[in-house]
Each structure stands twice: as structure tokens, then as C-alpha cells.
Design a protein around this ligand. Sequence first.
Ligand SMILES: O=P(O)(O)O[C@@H]1C[C@H](O)[C@@H](CO)O1
Ligand SMILES: Nc1nc2[nH]cnc2c(=O)[nH]1
Length: 326
Amino acid sequence: MRHFFLGLAPPDVKRGRQAGNKSPLGIPTHHSNHSSLASLRYTYEDGKKTADWLLANTKHRPKVAIICGSGLGGLADLLKDQVVFEYTKIPQFPHSTVAGHAGKLVFGNLSGKPTVVMQGRFHMYEGYPLWKVTFPVRVFSLLGVETLIVTNAAGGLNPEYKVGDIMVIRDHINMPGFAGVNPLVGPNDERFGARFPAMSDAYDRDLRKLAHTVASEMGCSGSLREGVYCSLGGPNYETIAECRFLQRLGADSVGMSTVPEVIVARHCGMRVFGFSLITNKAVLDYETKEKANHAEVLETSRQSARVLEKLVSLMVQRIERNNNVA
Ligand SMILES: O=P(O)(O)O[C@@H]1C[C@H](O)[C@@H](CO)O1
Ligand SMILES: Nc1nc2[nH]cnc2c(=O)[nH]1
């Protein structure tokens, strides 16, 4: 295993056409108007610079990328012939700030397939704008990744779901998107994708089918669900009224991530598959004393991670080049 501690100070993010004061996360603290905010983003060239740096520092050429949810980073340990980069050492990469997100990018072979795994993702509630949250996905696309697998820890809204169940994501509800909070807001660079991408087929049908096949071969189809994931901004967990509202909207699980990554991946033509691990039941009853908390989320992830890891690695084994499933 090789670790990179090259001591490179991450170069400054492009600030569009605007200079200004910045917070420690590189987020501007003063904006003159909305349009200067919209032009503040990584450019295609920024993504290329980071991708080229990674390609120069590893011989791996991944076709599959996996983003690990809270407490689910153990998946990266299954990779053979690892090359590990700390996020803090990768030019322009944001840094992880949440417990259960190690902040490492791991390249290697998973089930014999060249794969890159994010041990830790970025969330809007950490103070990152969505163009930063989703930067790694564009870097993956520039690395040549064709398939993105996302995992997350989520609250179960569907009354049938139990803690420890794994939900194949069939579809999502982008709650912040209803208010215009979307990673694709701002000038569109056609080199990544079209101005108005469709999202009706965001989660690949063949990969969803494959997940059910693999789960039944593993003998765990009883705890495999399929449903709709709803993403909120966080960081607070939901009120009871919000949980009831989301249930009525048709959401089966609720979390604080994933959707921006999926939107950006679909925008640049990647095939997407996702799992929610149901780490806690959403609180729907005013009489209960139960409350969601991150320690419980991490503990459930720890207990159920092995099954999810096996599911993912068996699925990767069957993903062929050019988006086929073996
Ligand atoms: O990164 P994910 O979506 O797995 O993490 C979830 C959402 C919050 O970050 C955290 C709350 O417990 O878990
Ligand atoms: N928003 C939200 N995110 C979660 N992540 C894990 N559990 C939950 C939850 O109940 N709500």
C-alpha cells in the first residue's frame, strides 16, 4: 500500500471572475451579487488538473467509482494493490470534517476490477457549496470512470423497513432542488454534459436488477428493499411533522447526501447505482422518546457494513466494460 504525503498545498480554487475574502473552506464570505456567486465554481480545467495529478501518481485506471456513506468506508479495505491519497494532499480536493468519513481516496482492484473508492464524502451542511461537494464526481469522469456506486446511511420512513435493512435506490427526491439548490446551477460547460439533463432514469435498471440477484444468491434478499431516497440539507435530523410530510411525498428513506453526486454523475453520462443503509427509523410518533443521533447511525453502519460491502463487491465483479452486466 502506498500513501501520498507529498506536502503539496492544494492550489486555490478558481474564483470565477471575482476576488474576495474566503472562509477556511475556501468559500467566499462577500458577494457583490448573485451572478458572481453563480460563476464561482471549479472549471473543467480545474477538474482536469486534479485528474491528471491522480493519473500521474497511480497506475490504476478505474472504471468504477464508489462513494462511501457514514461509517461505510470499510469497503475500501477490500481493494487489492491499494494506492491511497489523503484528501488533504490532493490538489483542489475538499477535506472531510464529519465523523465516519475518513477523508481518503483509495485506488485498487475490487473483485479484479479497477476501482476508486471515496472513504468519506462531502455534505452541504459542512459548509461546502454543491459544486465542491460534487467535484470528485467530475474528477472521476475525467479519470475515465463509467459507473458510479453511491452508498449512504439513511433514516427509514417506510413503516415496513427495519434498522439494518439495505435499500436499493430506485429514485430520489431532491428537496433542496425545489428551492433552486442544485449542483448544476450556474454556467453549463458542455464538455461535462447538457444544460437540461433528464433524471427520470437516474438509477440504472440493470444494476438494480443485479443487486436483487446478488442478494438472493447471498441469502439476504429478505433485508433488501427498493425505494425512494429523499435528500435534505441537514445537519439537523427531521421533525416528526417533516417525517410525516416526506412519507406522504412517497419517500422511503431520508438522508443528507447522495442526490447532488447522482445529478452530477448523470449530467456527465455516468451510469449510477445506489444503496441506502437504514441506520435508524424516522420518528413519526409524538408519544415516543426515540431520537435520531449520529452515534446510532455509525453503530448500525458498523454492524451492517459487511453485508453491504459483500453486495457491492459481488456487483462490481459482474459489471462489464461499456456498461453491461455479466
Ligand atoms: O454521508 P451519509 O449520507 O451516509 O451520512 C448521513 C447523513 C449525515 O451525514 C449523517 C447523519 O447521521 O449520516
Ligand atoms: N436526514 C437524515 N439523515 C440521516 N442519516 C442517517 N439517518 C438519518 C435520518 O434519520 N435523517
